[in-house]
Write a protein that binds this ligand. Structure first.
Ligand code: DON
Length: 308
């Protein structure tokens, strides 16, 4: 179904775009440095399949950290809560997403599944006989959530991250030393960097956000894609850790479960109402989309989105 656009949403996007000047595209993954910092687009997807958008919503983005929520859901489906939280904790860190510092404290398991260390521990758990099969399982799960079997990944972005992943490599070796993971680090990084490079547009992202908003039910058909308790658990982490060390301020100003990525993507889930997909590659110093957050603030006020 085509997305319609409204003047109201267009105006909110134009207003939020004024803030993108203050941001910078991620360049620690070289391939992401090519993004256009002035881009800002949004799609809102409702459970009846209708959609509203503004900006160029067919522009592709790689999921980056947004994928962390989706692999968490898959690991919970594969193994259940007890096994997953044996490897990773429940608590926000207040530190940058790629920080190593809290792993030094006991217990040395990562504090939550939304920071890089925690997400690596979660991807370690994804079942499959080798890296290819594990990645294929992640990709087909995501295709199903988006209702779009043409979703693939950017080999350029995956390779670019893999070749420059020394910090994530260090996190993996730390996790291996402390028994959180026990596999070949290069194989884990291969799966993780491909998962981060899965590519879609804002509309796909909004539809996935809608599945979480509806406690795991597919829009239109109401088919169950994720168990309700898994969807609830993922949304809780999106509230407490989804915007990293800006999650507290985001909860106050916007008040919805959301997950950001360094490509400038944000997936939002307004419980029982709709999913949101945003692309705005100019980032603030914490790695969140600067225009995306401004846009969500004004959308939250206008559409009364806050849960609190
Ligand atoms: O592991 C990394 O550093 C990236 N693939 C993902 C980080 C990310 O998206 C953090 N988000 N704001």
């Amino acid at each position: 179904m085509p997305c319609r656009t409204t003047d109201e949403l267009n105006e909110l996007v134009q207003e939020a775009k004024k803030y993108t000047d203050g941001g910078k595209v991620a360049d620690y993954i070289p391939a992401l440095a090519k993004a256009n910092p002035e881009e800002l687009s949004v799609a809102i997807f409702h459970d009846d399949g209708t959609c509203v958008s503004a900006g160029d919503i067919h522009q592709k983005l790689t999921l980056q950290s947004v994928s962390k929520v989706l692999t968490l859901a898959l690991a919970l489906i594969d193994y259940g809560e007890e096994a997953v939280f044996d490897k990773v904790g429940y608590e926000p860190t207040g530190d940058p997403f790629n920080s190593i510092v809290k792993l030094e404290f006991s217990p040395s398991k990562p504090l939550n599944p939304m920071i890089n260390a925690g997400a690596l521990a979660v991807t370690h758990m994804i079942k499959g006989k080798d890296a290819d099969e594990r990645f294929e399982r992640i990709l087909s799960f995501i295709q199903e959530l988006a209702g779009n079997s043409s979703i693939g990944y950017s080999d350029e972005v995956a390779v670019s991250e893999y070749e420059t992943s020394d910090l994530n490599r260090a996190l993996c070796y730390f996790l291996k030393q402390h028994g959180v993971i026990d596999e070949d680090v290069e194989e884990l990084l291969e799966v993780y960097t491909k998962q981060c490079a899965i590519e879609m547009d804002c509309l796909d992202l909004a539809r996935i956000g809608c599945v979480f908003a509806m406690d795991g039910l597919e829009p239109v058909t109401n088919r169950r894609l994720i168990p309700a308790h898994v969807a609830r658990l993922c949304k809780t982490f999106m509230v407490t850790c989804g915007m990293y060390n800006a999650s507290g301020e985001f909860a106050v100003r916007v008040g919805i479960p959301a997950k950001s990525g360094v490509s400038g993507g944000i997936m939002g889930s307004v419980p029982n109402r709709f999913g949101i997909g945003i692309l705005g590659p100019a980032l603030d110093e914490k790695g969140n989309s600067i225009g995306g957050i401004k846009l969500l603030e004004s959308m939250s006020a206008k559409y009364k989105m806050s849960m609190f």
